[in-house]
Structure formats: structure tokens, C-alpha cells
Design a protein around this ligand. Structure first.
Ligand code: EPZ
Length: 421
């Protein structure tokens, strides 16, 4: 079990430039999309994070060959050895369900374990299943697995009852090889979906409405290989923005897409944080003495991202006044709060709301990470908590952040990783 130790300081100063890695939530569907062709798919700016290696393990089980060097990845699925994504893998990473659509579309069969719940809430798949049934697939749910079969998917009109990132991506990929046109309505509009569309179009897909709530996909008989550069990780960038707002002195965040962070930047500026857009791919952020409490409500893009909720909550512990954090996407995404209380935060959770009273000085303590973004929030809090903060179960962090400690230490933080025997 790995442990992180942070020597925090309320007068910590983070200076310099940090480069944001490629987006985990863009590269996972991009890797799944390589199932749609027998040719090579080359991906650049791939973050070396645990979830990428988890999906590559799954892809290898299915029959893929891949080669990853630094941040470049080449994946090829000339033939399939298996149609199954095991419970063990899906449980480790819910995004494994993204192989269902491509497998079904190209091979007419897919067997994927139901993900079950996780630390941030129940993770149903009804919207995915409903969409595949509309495309003509027969779906059986038995022994904890989704068994999907179809001779050839038939294009149709599908309207998502609720916005779903993974559901939109799964049905988008499946529609590329369906017969005829598919119209997807009420699609999620996260930038990672638009990035997936760019890759699919390079592979030969015919997609209208990229980035829109309604997309039209003209099915094709075959998809080809492609080369694609993955977009920057907007959640990593947002995490560094919060670090800069807590302790930055002209901290520069490079290789970022500010247009993917509009709501987060706006909310932070309302709080009084100084954020300058140096150019189209760099931001400069500095701590201000006085921060004003801000309410946020998480919502689908372009609203405030749920993946930034825990990090923003830490910032609000340093703002004057009461902030109401409303989480509308997941039903259990406040597990970081109990750990922040141990550091001296004043937060009360009631239903889908966390009420933060600030400004509270934080002091180092022993804490436990419960999920990916919760672990990031504990690191942010530990940076400015006086004394030592330890975070056990640190492996959660490695799922989605590439070298976060090393990047923060290069800016002036004092973070160590202790491998517990
Ligand atoms: C993606 O998860 C992201 N993961 C999540 O990031 C992110 O929090 C989430 O989108 C919301 O933005 C990846 O892209 C790999 P959803 P996904 O389907 O696709 C409900 C991180 O920290 N729902 O948009 O699983 C669901 O329970 C991770 O990087 C159904 O009810 O999210 C949730 O309440 C965490 N039925 C809401 O919709 C379904 O069939 C949004 O889920 C599917 C989803």
C-alpha cells in the first residue's frame, strides 16, 4: 500500500511552469475505438497513468497488440481472441465498458461485466443498454454480465434520457459501423467526446454535429487506421489552477486548453483568484490574500465539472464566507469531506450539498484517499496545511494523474511517496 507524505505550509509559494499531460478521459475511448479497425491507430500525448495500462491489459486480452513509448501509443486489433471484459477489469475501471460498442459493431458480439458501484456512487449502464437495443442488438443480463449480440447494427434515432459521457461515446463508436444513419440526441458535450469524434473522422467515420447535443453518424462498412494527438487533460489543468489559487505566485500552466475550462476559470475569478490567459494554451495563476465564498452546482459540460468538485471544495475552505457545493452528477461524491474535516475544514454534508464555512486554517493530519479526485483534493489541502499530512491508499491518485507529486515538487512543494512494505 502506498502512502504520500506532504510537508505543508500556509505560506507555501508555488512558482514556475507546469506542463499538463494528455487527457485520461479522452485517451480511454480513443483506445477502445481502435477495436473498430484492423489497421494501426497511433495516439500521441498519451498520459502514462494506471487507467491507460488497465484498458491496454483489457485490449490485449481481447486480441490487440500495442506498443507504448513515453507518451506515444500504437494499438492494432487485427483479430479478436475474446469478446469478454471480465468483472475483475471492469470493477477496476468502469470505463472498460467502452469496449462494448466497438466490439458489438465490428464483431457482432460483446460480453462485458456490469461495473457495480464505486466510491463516487452507483454506476448504472441502462442508458448504454437502451441505446444498443435501439440499434437492434439483443442484450441479456445474466450472472453479472451484459451479453450483447447483433448480426449488423441498424442505424436509428436514439435520444438519451439523461446526459451520459460514456453512453454517448459507446453509441457514437457503435454507430460508425451500423447500417444507415444514426441520430444521437441529448448527447453529452464534454471536450473528450469531440476529441473522440476527431479521431473517428480520421478513421473514416462520417459524423455531423461534433460537440453538439445532436450528432448524425452515417454508418460505413469499414474503418481505417489513423494518427491522433490527444487533447490536454482539463481536470489536471483545473487541479493545478486550484493549487495556484491556494499557493501560487505567477504559476504558469502550459499545454492547456483554456476554452475547455471556462466555467471553472469564471468561478475562480468570481472568488477573487487572479487567472491570466497568457496565450491560447497557457494560464498564469496567483494566490490572492482575500477569497470570496462561491456556490457551485456540478452539471454536464459546459457546466461546472463534477471532476473538479472536490478540488474546488478545498479552495472554498480558504474563502471568507459560506459556499454551497451541490453535486448533481453522482450520488456519493463527498467521501473526501470526512478527510478534509480531519485537516480542520468546516464542512457539513446534507444530501447532495456540502456547506463549506471559511476561511479555516488547515493543519496536517493522517488521511485516506477514497477515489481519484478525492486524493487530488487531499494533496491540495496538504500543501497549505501546517505540518505533515499523510495520505494512505495513494494508488487512487495514479489512476488519473501523471507524476503529480513530481510536477508539484518542481514548483516548490515538499511531497514524498512512501512505499509501505
Ligand atoms: C465519465 O464517466 C468520466 N469518466 C468521469 O470521470 C466523469 O466524472 C463523468 O463522465 C461525468 O462527467 C471517463 O470519461 C472515463 P456518465 P461516465 O455516464 O461516462 C448516470 C474521473 O474522475 N448514468 O456521464 O461513467 C451515472 O450514474 C471520472 O476522471 C446512468 O444513470 O459518466 C452518473 O450519475 C470519474 N445510466 C451520470 O449518469 C447510464 O447508463 C453521469 O454518468 C450511464 C450513466
Amino acid at each position: 500500500m502506498e502512502k504520500i507524505k506532504i510537508h505543508g505550509d500556509q505560506s507555501l509559494c508555488l512558482k514556475g511552469t507546469v506542463k499538463v499531460s494528455g487527457a485520461k478521459n479522452a485517451v480511454l475511448p480513443a483506445i477502445a475505438a481502435s477495436l473498430l479497425t484492423k489497421e494501426k491507430v497511433h495516439l500521441k500525448n498519451v498520459p502514462q497513468v494506471k487507467d491507460v495500462f488497465t484498458i491496454l491489459t483489457l485490449m490485449k486480452d481481447l486480441g490487440a497488440a500495442y506498443d507504448i513509448e513515453n507518451n506515444s501509443l500504437c494499438v492494432q486489433v487485427e483479430k479478436i481472441n475474446s469478446y469478454e471484459a471480465s468483472y475483475q477489469l471492469v470493477r477496476a475501471m468502469r470505463a472498460s465498458i467502452l469496449v462494448l460498442g466497438p466490439l458489438l459493431a465490428r464483431y457482432g458480439k460483446a460480453v462485458v461485466a456490469l461495473p457495480g458501484g464505486c466510491a463516487i456512487g452507483s454506476r448504472p449502464t441502462d442508458l448504454h443498454i437502451h441505446g444498443f437495443e435501439k440499434l437492434g442488438a439483443s442484450i441479456d443480463l445474466e450472472h453479472g454480465y451484459i451479453k450483447a449480440e447483433s448480426n449488423r447494427l441498424q442505424g436509428t434515432k436514439i435520444e438519451f434520457e439523461r446526459k451520459t459521457v460514456g453512453g454517448t461515446e459507446n453509441l457514437l463508436m457503435a454507430s460508425c459501423l451500423a447500417r444507415g444513419e444514426t441520430i444521437l440526441k441529448n448527447c453529452a458535450r464534454e471536450p473528450e467526446i469531440a476529441d473522440l469524434c476527431e479521431l473517428l473522422i480520421k478513421m473514416g467515420a462520417k459524423i455531423d454535429g461534433v460537440g453538439e447535443e445532436t450528432m448524425r453518424i452515417k454508418g460505413t462498412d469499414e474503418m481505417g487506421g489513423a494518427s491522433h494527438h490527444i487533447i490536454p487533460d482539463r481536470i489536471e489543468a483545473g487541479t493545478f489552477l486550484i493549487a495556484g489559487a491556494l499557493a501560487g505566485d505567477s504559476l504558469v500552466i502550459s499545454h492547456v486548453r483554456p476554452d475547455h475550462l471556462r466555467t471553472v476559470i469564471e468561478k475562480m475569478r468570481y472568488s477573487g483568484v487572479s487567472i491570466k490567459e497568457i496565450n491560447s494554451h497557457s494560464l498564469e495563476v496567483s494566490k490572492q490574500e482575500y477569497l470570496k465564498a462561491q456556490d457551485i452546482t456540478t452539471s454536464p459540460y459546459p457546466g461546472f465539472p463534477t471532476d473538479m468538485q472536490a478540488q474546488f471544495t478545498v479552495l472554498m475552505t480558504q474563502a471568507e464566507g459560506t459556499s454551497i457545493i451541490t453535486e448533481t452528477i453522482f450520488d456519493r461524491r463527498f467521501s473526501h469531506i470526512n478527510e478534509l474535516l480531519r485537516l480542520g475544514a468546516n464542512i457539513e454534508v446534507s444530501g447532495d450539498k456540502a456547506v463549506v464555512k471559511g476561511k479555516t486554517p488547515l493543519s496536517g493530519a493522517e488521511t485516506t484517499a477514497t477515489d481519484l479526485r478525492a486524493s487530488a483534493s487531499l494533496i491540495l489541502a496538504g500543501l497549505i496545511a501546517s505540518g505533515e499530512t499523510t495520505i494512505t491508499e495513494a494508488h487512487h491518485l495514479d489512476r488519473g494523474y501523471e507524476n503529480l507529486e513530481r510536477k508539484l515538487n518542481s514548483l516548490g512543494a515538499d511531497i514524498k511517496r512512501i512505499k509501505k512494505e
